[in-house]
Design a protein around this ligand. Structure first.
Ligand code: DGP
Ligand code: NA
Ligand code: NA
Length: 219
């Protein structure tokens, strides 16, 4: 009714991990289960390959174009900034945003390249909406490689993915002190049992954001 207080905001939930960890499947399943429970929820992914910047990133990932590593890092970041106001508007309007990759992938993938530091990689994403929860779907690279299509895109190489996983784990460790809400999920299990675990976490996060401000990276 018109006299009710401000609408409850949505939660910002990220899925991160190495390639083929099952993020996309699980993110979509979480959106469906939240909707079934009566919550407003939507799926988002980065890179968003549908925008002009996304087209450039897609060409790079598919190896049809070469782009300098620092330049492409800034394109990935710009591709997130393109969606910044939309994410904040959705959250404020009460929609939970479930996002397949975000700035943590940005740092984990780019800082895994020689010469690019974590600090340099973090800077362009500073100020983006901060997540309420980061679900890190952890799987060994060996097990991820057993899944379909591994090896089609630029970063899908065994040695690089091992470095990416180590960088993710280091970021998670580094964030422990500051209370950033990482949750490590064992992703080498049946889809259904992973889904059950994530559904419980997602539901509780949605219930916990009431009255909590939308934060900004990296704090
Ligand atoms: P997909 O999530 O399947 O659309 O694959 C996107 C690929 O791009 C995947 O290998 C991870 C990588 N990636 C995602 N975000 C970034 C980023 O911000 N920077 C870099 N360097 N790579 C990224
Ligand atoms: Na991929
Ligand atoms: Na590096």
């Amino acid at each position: 009714d018109a006299t009710a207080g401000p609408a409850k905001r949505g939660a910002f939930i990220l899925f991160e991990g190495v390639d083929r960890c099952g993020k996309t499947t699980q993110a979509n399943l979480l959106v469906e289960s939240l909707k079934q429970a009566g919550h407003d929820a939507c799926f988002m992914r980065f890179p968003d390959r549908t925008t002009p910047i996304g087209h450039m990133i897609n060409g790079f990932l598919r190896n049809t174009t070469d782009i300098d590593d620092r330049c492409v890092h800034l394109l990935f970041s710009a591709n997130r900034w393109e969606a910044e106001s939309k994410i904040r508007e959705l959250l404020k309007a009460g929609t939970t945003v479930v996002c397949d990759r975000y700035a943590y992938s940005g740092v984990a993938f780019s800082a895994s390249k020689p010469g690019l530091s974590v600090r340099w990689c973090k800077d362009p994403d500073r100020g983006l909406p901060a997540p309420d929860k980061i679900l890190f779907l952890d799987i060994s690279v060996e097990d991820a490689m057993k899944r379909g299509q591994f090896g089609e895109e630029r970063y899908e190489k065994e040695e690089f993915q091992r470095t990416v996983r180590a960088t993710f784990l280091a970021l998670m460790e580094e964030d422990k002190a500051s209370g950033v809400a990482w949750q490590l999920i064992d992703a080498n299990r049946e889809i259904g049992s992973i889904q059950d675990e994530i559904q419980k976490i997602g539901t509780s996060v949605v219930g916990e954001v009431e009255g909590k401000e939308i934060g900004s990276l990296w704090s």
